[in-house]
Unconditional design. Structure first.
Length: 319
């Protein structure tokens, strides 16, 4: 039985689940806001996502291996198996996918994060140890699932590290875990917890259309009688970032309201054609005679068996 140390806190702590428990439910008690963000994220759905499960089933029916997918969709704590190394497969709480302990639980149930907990109450110390780990502010903490060169589907870091972003102090977290000011836990239980920058645990990526819409800029022009489409990739890594994803730029040439022709640029990791990070990428297409304007539709398909989603449209005149 835990000793009384904060009003109401010990009653709460007395019912706390086993600190070694894998379930995020044990973290929800003190970190409800972060839990709620995680619960709606693709990390939480990494294993149960119906699109992912259909992908596994499709590969299995084609006689393709699926075991290399599992370590990053139901991983053990990476601080125990090795940051930057492929995780080991977890055998329990599979429906939680990439869960809290995957990134935060170190040895002896001590929990790591970008800051050490400043609350010095006995109640907090009895819950779990707090270890300051600056890797949580850099790409390093992402490397176990997003920096495995041997498994290209799990390697977004290689193209990121080829950009100047790392040297400029721009990390994965600034796009995928935008900061908000808040306490790390419940101040009603631990009043000495301070507000501080805390990453949103929602991790928007290429499956989130609003995130994709921010990634691209367009320019159009002509060169030696051909049409040139320029697309700038503002993401810090190549796009599409993984297998299965297909990005299509559908270019329609018009004369007045009459459609003359439609051409497409299709990009995917499988084809070896992707948008390089932080760079303009140019594509030359045949220009039909009489075209006076062009409409570019950006489409994204998460998997070959899914319909494409409209990311956005860009229209321009042709002089």
């Amino acid at each position: 039985m835990l000793r009384l140390c904060l009003a109401g806190a010990c009653l709460f702590l007395a019912a706390l689940p086993d600190l070694g428990a894998q379930s995020a439910e044990s973290c929800k008690l003190c970190h409800p806001a972060i839990y709620d963000e995680w619960k709606e994220s693709m990390h939480a759905k990494a294993w149960v996502d119906p699109i992912y499960q259909r992908f596994l089933d499709t590969r299995a029916k084609q006689g393709l291996e699926v075991e290399s997918c599992k370590p990053c969709h139901i991983p053990q704590p990476i601080l125990r198996t090795g940051v930057g190394q492929m995780p080991k497969v977890r055998e329990e709480d599979l429906d939680e996918g990439v869960t809290c302990v995957t990134c935060h639980q170190g040895e002896e149930a001590a929990y790591h994060g970008p800051f050490v907990a400043k609350a010095d109450t006995e109640a907090l110390q009895l819950v779990h140890g707090s270890v300051e780990d600056k890797r949580f502010l850099t790409h390093e903490i992402c490397a176990s699932c997003h920096g495995i060169k041997e498994v290209p589907a799990h390697d977004q870091l290689t193209t990121y590290l080829e950009t100047p972003l790392r040297g400029e102090g721009v990390s994965c977290q600034q796009c995928h875990m935008p900061y908000v000011e808040r306490p790390a836990g419940r101040q009603d239980l631990y009043p000495t917890l301070e507000d501080r920058p805390s990453g949103m645990h929602s991790w928007p990526g290429s499956s989130v259309l609003d995130q994709l819409k921010q990634a691209f800029e367009y320019e159009t022009g002509k060169d030696n009688g051909a049409f040139v489409l320029g697309v700038k990739n503002n993401a810090g890594h190549a796009v599409p970032p993984t297998y299965g994803r297909v990005l299509v730029f559908e270019v329609t040439f018009l004369s007045g309201e009459t459609t003359l022709s439609t051409e497409s640029v299709e990009l995917s990791m499988e084809s070896g054609k992707r948008l390089e990070p932080l760079a303009w990428n140019y594509y030359e297409l045949p220009l039909p005679e009489g075209a006076d304007r062009v409409r570019v539709r950006t489409l994204h398909r998460r998997m070959p068996f899914l319909d494409a989603e409209l990311v956005g449209e860009h229209a321009a005149g042709l002089e």
